[in-house]
Design a protein around this ligand. Structure first.
Ligand code: NCD
Ligand code: ZN
Length: 342
């Protein structure tokens, strides 16, 4: 069946988003808040979000930055093994998930977890499991960069087996090994970014180095991308879209010592539509991938939004308030022509 030239998406959700803080928050918040109904907001600020007061204050700054847009920031806390049950009970209503970073693995993750001894994590993870607070994980070891995620799969398995009622979200998966793990444990879920569905390491470093495509986890091999595409296009019920849109100022990307993170928020829905069209995948699967699956997995009810895209070329701006997006200056196939509440 030919693809329609006008496509309606309902209530899009971004289940992994870096909104930052201060001036950057103000510069980039609209890019997500205009077209998405809500997003899981990452806590890796400097310092990271670790207390109730910080969560509440950060949410208020986000709400101020998004102004009149209909957009729910689903807040998260930066995981610490010192969180006890009483603390988690006191903060449960303010957060949607807790994000665990291995120490030093990516931007602003220095205060993360070192070593993954189940006993060290037991009190916190059992309480999260009882309170039904999902655990989002940046799953990379500090091994060889191309192997880090595949090496982490055994840690996912250990956690999934030790805490069978804890929902564990493998964030921004990039490998066939992570895809395979999804079906081995009932309590493992995953987010997939748009850039990892489009690029491989070749696009980052195969020719001239492309700093705006450099992120953690680094894009992998064609066969990994194939595995991701397969579950995304099929809207595997345990897989959700999470952009990992991670803006950095242009100077931090185009410099000696390039910061990790790809800024995709303003073009994510257009690119995903293009991707599903290219593969002639059912539009209902796109709808599940960008919203339905996440609503089921997290049990959230985001505010309704309707986004209409039309198939005419859109030239991606060179910069959004000083942040260079993926595919800056290039033409993509779809344009967002209308966004409305309801
Ligand atoms: C993220 C950031 O810049 O905060 N960077 C990235 O490359 N994805 C952190 C993260 O999610 O790893
Ligand atoms: Zn991230």
């Amino acid at each position: 069946m030919p693809y329609p030239t006008r496509i309606t998406l309902n209530t899009p959700l971004d289940m992994h988003l870096h909104l930052r803080d201060g001036e950057m928050l103000h510069n980039i918040a609209q890019a997500s808040a205009h077209t998405f109904s809500g997003a899981i907001i990452m806590p890796n600020l400097v310092p990271p979000v670790t207390t109730k007061e910080e969560v509440v204050a950060y949410r208020a700054r986000i709400e101020e930055a998004i102004g009149d847009e209909t957009f729910t920031p689903y807040m998260t806390l930066f995981f610490k093994p010192s969180y006890d049950r009483a603390f988690l009970e006191s903060i449960k209503e303010e957060i949607t998930a807790i994000k665990l970073y291995p120490a030093g693995i990516t931007t602003n993750s220095e205060g993360g977890v070192s070593g993954f001894d189940v006993e060290d994590l037991r009190e916190t993870l059992e309480a999260m499991s009882d309170l039904d607070i999902p655990l989002c994980v940046h799953g990379e070891t500090n091994g060889f960069v191309m192997d880090r995620e595949a090496e982490f799969v055994s840690i996912y398995e250990r956690l999934a087996a030790a805490f069978p009622r804890l929902k564990i979200i493998m964030e921004h998966i990039t490998t066939k090994e992570s895809v395979a793990a999804l079906d081995r444990f009932e309590n493992l879920y995953a987010t997939i970014t748009v850039h990892h569905l489009f690029i491989t390491l070749d696009d980052v470093a195969g020719g001239m180095l492309q700093p705006h495509l450099f992120c953690k986890p680094i894009a992998k091999r064609p066969e990994d991308r194939e595995a991701l595409l397969k579950v995304a296009l099929a809207a595997h019920p345990k897989v959700m879209f999470g952009s990992d849109s991670a803006p950095h100022p242009r100077e931090a990307k185009e410099s000696c010592g390039c910061a990790a993170g790809v800024f995709t928020a303003p073009i994510a829905l257009q690119l995903l539509t293009e991707l599903f069209e290219t593969h002639n995948a059912p539009l209902e699967n796109l709808q599940k991938f960008i919203s339905g699956n996440a609503q089921n997995i997290y049990g959230i009810m985001p505010p309704a939004k309707t986004v209409i895209l039309e198939k005419h070329p859109f030239t991606v701006p060179e910069s959004y308030n000083g942040v260079v997006p993926m595919y800056a200056g290039e033409e993509i196939k779809y344009t967002i022509t209308e966004v409305s509440d309801g």
